[in-house]
Design a binder for this molecule. Structure first.
Ligand code: NAP
Length: 475
């Protein structure tokens, strides 16, 4: 297990360390060296030094190395998944799924890098030709959250590398081990020194070093809307190119004509994956009056059967919350909803599990959700499903869009015309129509409104890491 920072092809120590703990047990797993601002500056220097050679290689060469990293991740899926469950808490089966998902971003990017074609555009006179090239943006800073410690890195890393950029990655302090494991495999894959650098530590100084260095040409950030907004403000001083993948508040709508088996299965997968700690998870459930009682009854039954515990244990589907601050946020949303009249059909409190840390929250279903509740507006980031009833299609589209966020939305119906109408009416970058788990590495993942801008995945991600240049050629 690597616990140092990767800078210019070398594993480097730091003046300070970050303690990484297992959220399920509270045990200390590792002390990771913190490179801090000085580490970030060295990493920028290494990435800058490496950029010409990397950009000058053929797309096939770069793609082969990116694909090889994906292959190593798949080879080591069990080891990487265990490491992820230990530091992040999600059940092992989900962690394995994340490693496969993370590898698929690299695989797709390796192919897309070979399709970065240009154009020849007609000139304005018979002697003129316009040649349009796509070139790498250059040194790219990548800042990622703790909830998907591998996939949020490779979703950026794959297209950046395939396009010819070199990178400096700052992973979340809570989950640096998964990032460093990717760095270790990158060394095995044979990436030249400086192409991939990883610096861990306190975010402010590292962030400032990345934002205020003219050698850095792009920041790709995934995290909360608050931090994204703050980084955008700072980045404006250098007009730094940005992609921001931020928070969400997804509506989940079930119409009277829905297939209820699929709707309940979709609701469980969408809401409770990663213990509800996902940007695209459902935050508001709207159920049409005609099937309200039946849906809520079946949803409550399915929630009541979920097994909570240490993600390393077979059969567990809900792991711990990441830390005490996350627990307090969930509790404050639940307390607020309770004080405003919500009723609890399942859960509604912390769980105490023998031998484990005080980090488990019971999967919860509450009814009577209203717009005045915190849970209606803010990300809860926990296993709590709030439900409200609605009557008409127009009404529910209005309710669903009544949010500052615009990342993901879901609805279930068997009416083909309604399917298109509702999908088009929802102001969200990702719409799951009869689908509670729409994420796919080939799709353009990203949000609208305060959920940010930029798209990640497949061919769409390549635009984020390339600049267009045209050459006007006189014959
Ligand atoms: P966060 O607090 O915004 O942190 C995200 C990253 O930013 C971490 O690496 C963090 O470092 C770093 N950071 C914090 N302050 C910084 C600063 N001043 N300068 C530079 N970097 C700074 O978010 P989180 O709690 O890790 O993740 C949960 C959030 O991410 C949720 O809002 C979720 O919806 C969102 N998310 C969005 C997507 C998407 O694709 N749209 C995907 C996953 C998660 P430290 O860890 O060291 O604090």
């Amino acid at each position: 297990m690597k616990t140092q920072n990767l800078i210019g092809g070398k594993w480097c120590g730091g003046d300070q360390t970050i303690e990484v703990t297992n959220p399920a047990t509270g045990e200390l797993i590792a002390r990771v060296d913190s490179g801090g601002a000085e580490g970030a500056k060295s990493a920028i220097g290494a990435a800058f030094e490496a950029r010409e050679d990397w950009a000058g290689r053929t797309a096939a060469d770069r793609g082969a190395m990116v694909a090889s990293l994906a292959g190593l991740m798949r080879r080591d899926v069990d080891r990487l998944a265990e490491l992820m469950t230990l530091e992040q808490g999600k059940p092992l089966a989900e962690a394995r799924g994340e490693i496969a998902y993370a590898a698929s971003f690299l695989e797709l990017a390796a192919e897309e890098g070979r399709r970065l074609n240009g154009d020849i555009v007609p000139g304005s006179s018979v002697e003129q030709r316009i040649l349009v090239l796509r070139q790498p943006v250059g040194v790219t800073a990548i800042i990622t959250p703790w909830n998907f410690p591998s996939a949020m890195i490779t979703r950026k890393l794959g297209p950046a590398l395939a396009a010819g950029c070199t990178v400096v990655i700052k992973p979340a302090e809570l989950t640096p081990l998964s990032a460093l494991a990717i760095g270790e495999l990158a060394c095995e894959a044979g990436f030249p020194a400086g192409v991939i650098n990883i610096v861990t530590g306190e975010p402010g100084p590292i962030g400032d070093a990345l934002l205020w260095d003219d050698r850095v040409r792009k920041l790709s950030f995934t995290g909360s809307t608050g931090v994204g907004r703050m980084l955008m403000g700072k980045a404006s001083a250098h007009l730094l190119r940005l992609s921001l993948e931020l928070g969400g508040h997804a509506p989940f709508i079930v119409f009277d004509d829905a297939d209820l088996d699929r709707a309940v299965a979709g609701a469980i997968a969408c809401k409770f994956r990663n213990a509800g700690q996902t940007c695209v998870c459902a935050n508001r459930f709207y159920i049409q009056s005609g099937i309200y009682d039946e849906f809520v009854g079946r949803f409550a039954e399915a929630i009541g059967e979920m097994s909570v515990g240490d993600g390393m244990r077979e059969g567990v589907v809900i792991g711990p919350l990441i830390n005490e601050a996350a627990m307090r946020k969930v509790e404050s949303h639940v307390d607020d909803a309770r004080s405003k009249g919500a009723e609890f059909l399942v859960g509604g409190s912390r769980l105490s599990i023998d031998g484990l840390a005080d980090r488990f929250y019971a999967p919860t279903l509450l009814t009577g959700m209203t717009p005045s509740m915190k849970i209606y507006r803010e990300e809860t980031f926990g296993p709590v499903a709030p439900v409200a009833r609605f009557e008409t299609e127009d009404e529910v589209i209005g309710l669903a869009n009544d949010s500052e966020f615009g990342l993901a939305a879901y609805f279930f119906t068997r009416d083909a015309s309604r399917l298109m109408r509702v999908a088009e009416g929802l102001e969200y970058g990702i719409v799951g129509a009869n689908d509670g788990t729409p994420s796919n590495a080939a799709a353009p993942f990203g949000g609208m409104k305060h959920s940010g801008f930029g798209r990640e995945g497949g061919k769409y991600a390549m635009d984020e890491y390339t600049e267009l240049k045209y050459i006007s050629l006189r014959l």
